[in-house]
Design a protein around this ligand. Structure first.
Ligand code: FAD
Length: 595
């Protein structure tokens, strides 16, 4: 079974749940009519399903090759696929029109990103980071930098990378040592070693634009002395074409457990020429533009690997014959029943699907908030959109990757021993997915970001707005009888989230270990609450379709999966609340020497 892009789900979301047509008066949305969206999704599905998916196993088996001349060869077929990717205009979907982009809403682009990531996560990482580099230059670059780099990055002709990590400096960027010395001509000489740089070298693009964090000589220690630089592999000449080779090279590749098709590079900067982006010592703030975008992208990777793994598991469960149904044979003419008849196999598939469908909605809903934050005419809507983006980014990253990995693991379980061997695609999904819990800030760091920064920001405004929105939704829909259990679910989840938030306010501020110990459970509690809200919105859309006489079983099935979520997934919220309220005491009690 090969991966099938879930176009039907994307259309349901964009059209029936989010009602994208409502926003036709906003810039970018006017061009995103349902016809256009449908066309884009169909083409995206063809490209991802027919070009990228068949290369997924090739990339896994071959990996990338480093040569002593510091070049890197990507797996067979990647170059040609990248050429088609650029020619198809895919990198430019959501880029600004000023820089050659199509300026479509990000929420539409997300459907393509999900499909490409499910089809071939390692391949999709190259353009994924390019888009992040594009956003950082857009946010902080000078007019000249924008004019020179953005069109090339938007078209995919050049690629971007993100150079943060060093051997002694992972989560704690304050330990960063790469240094920048002013060259006297407005440029800097950058020296230092970066490790684990995705796409740091490759053979797909004519130039690579590294965005590098470095410390200008004499700058303060810690995070307040970090600046951001553009360091191109080839220095652009007067005509903006790749010119002289810069002093930046790839000194090797990492062996790793997954995403073998993505080149994870040791990058040495040896007096490389770089140009400051934005102000001195303000690099981290700009890098966060790139990182926030990348974090949403990584949350999507978790979901995307989960989706591909779920599809493989569901297909396998329909074919694999073992045992008989507890209620009597369902395949009496065969030697055994398909394993799909067994409730325990169903449990794993239903858990996965209930989280995937609402997880996707949560991701799209948040991306729409991000679009509104950029383009809505109403300042209050823009502020709410920006607040939600900030609040939900760590949740999407942490929750969807934790759950995506669990879905991949359950998919392996459904396959039995065939899941652990390397004959079928499912083991690759599990291995590839694992990194999504680690990079772009580990999930532990996402949880700390949520409770330590996002929650208290602006006096807790984003969370208060979200809680009020849940109340308002329940109140506004109470008349709708079918929706009752979904509204009860939203109300129950909201009450638990509120209780958890209050507990954090009362116990986390004075004793920070309480906040640290509670943070992962709090993140999951918020994730579950958001998913419950998404299920209510999906159920409402499905009921609406059914009431209007639409007999497509898609809608009845949606309600079945939604009811499963309420019965079997949402109850975890109570456990997260109970755990978080125990604070740090038992977590920190064991003496360090006893470990
Ligand atoms: C395949 C791959 C690709 C990558 N791509 C890139 C890239 O393109 N660019 C780039 O710059 N980097 C990249 N990275 C690096 C990645 O972002 C880091 O691995 C990640 O940020 C974590 O840093 P670390 O590995 O040093 O872990 P550490 O910081 O050493 O953390 C180890 C553990 O301690 C926990 N921890 C650390 N500090 C705290 C704290 N204050 N509170 C609570 N827990 C804490 C972490 O959550 C984690 O569980 C990549 C890594 C890999 C493996």
């Amino acid at each position: 079974m090969t991966y099938q892009p879930p176009v039907r789900e994307h259309l349901f979301l964009l059209r029936d749940v989010l009602g994208i047509e409502k926003y036709a008066n906003l810039p970018g949305f006017a061009d995103a009519t349902l016809d256009v969206i449908e066309q884009i999704l169909d083409e995206a599905s063809k490209f991802c399903g027919e070009v990228l998916a068949p290369l997924n196993a090739v990339g896994d088996k071959q990996g990338c090759k480093w040569s002593a001349d510091h070049s890197v060869e990507t797996p067979t077929g990647f170059k040609e696929a990248y050429r088609q990717f650029v020619e198809g205009g895919w990198p430019a979907l959501a880029a600004e029109a000023d820089y050659g982009g199509q300026a479509l809403p990000r929420v539409v682009n997300l459907a393509f990103s999900e499909m490409s990531s499910s089809a071939n996560m390692a391949f999709a990482m190259y353009p994924g980071l390019t888009h992040g580099a594009y956003s950082a230059i857009l946010a902080g670059g000078s007019a000249e930098q924008k004019a020179l780099y953005l069109p090339k990055l938007a078209s995919g002709q050049w690629a971007g990378t993100m150079n943060l990590t060093e051997p002694q400096c992972g989560t704690d960027l304050g330990l960063l040592r790469t240094k920048a010395v002013p060259a006297g001509d407005g440029s800097y000489r950058i020296s230092g070693q970066k490790i684990w740089i995705s796409g740091g070298e490759q053979d797909l693009t004519e130039n690579i634009i590294h965005l590098v964090l470095a410390r200008i000589e004499g700058a303060p220690a810690g995070t307040h002395g970090i600046s951001l630089f553009i360091v191109p592999k080839f220095l652009p000449d007067a005509g903006g074409k790749p010119g002289a080779r810069n002093g930046v090279r790839c000194d090797g590749l990492e062996e790793k457990m997954g995403i073998h098709g993505s080149a994870t590079c040791v990058i040495s900067h040896d007096e490389a020429t770089g140009w400051l982006v934005g102000e001195e010592n303000r690099g981290l703030a700009l890098m966060f533009v790139m990182m926030n975008e990348a974090r949403l992208g990584v949350g999507m990777q978790g979901l995307a690997q989960g989706e591909a793994a779920y599809q493989a598991a569901a297909a396998f469960a329909k074919e694999r014959l073992q045992g008989r149904a507890l209620t009597g044979p369902k395949n009496p003419d065969g030697p055994a029943d398909p394993i799909l008849v067994h409730p325990d196999v169903r449990r794993m598939l239903m858990d996965s699907r209930a989280v995937l469908e609402a997880g996707r909605t949560f991701l799209f809903w948040t991306a729409l908030q991000g679009d509104l934050a950029r383009v809505d005419a109403d300042a209050a809507v823009r502020q709410r959109g920006a607040d939600y983006m900030a609040l939900m980014t760590p949740v999407l990253k942490g929750y969807l990757t934790d759950r995506g990995f669990k879905i991949c693991s359950d998919a392996v379980q459904v396959h039995g021993g065939a899941g652990f061997t390397e004959h079928l695609p499912v083991s690759q999904y599990l291995r590839d997915c694992r990194i999504s819990l680690i990079y772009e800030g580990t999930n532990g760091i996402q949880a700390l970001d949520l409770v330590g920064r996002k929650l208290p920001a602006n006096g807790g405004r984003a969370m208060m707005t979200f809680l009020a929105e849940l109340d308002a939704y329940v109140a506004a829909n109470r008349g709708d009888e079918g929706l009752g259990p979904f509204l009860d679910g939203v109300a129950a989840a909201k009450a638990q989230l509120q209780e958890g938030t209050l507990w954090l306010m009362q116990n986390g501020l004075t004793a920070p270990d309480n906040a640290g110990a509670a943070s992962a459970d709090y993140l999951h509690l918020l994730g579950l609450t958001a998913l419950t809200y998404m299920w209510a919105q999906m159920a409402k859309a499905a009921f609406g379709k059914i009431a209007a006489g639409d007999a497509d079983p898609f809608y009845a099935n949606k309600l079945i999966v939604g009811r499963y979520f309420l019965a079997r997934v949402l109850p975890d919220a109570a456990a997260h609340l109970a755990k978080l309220k125990t604070g740090a005491e038992t977590v920190m009690a064991l003496p360090a020497e006893a470990f």
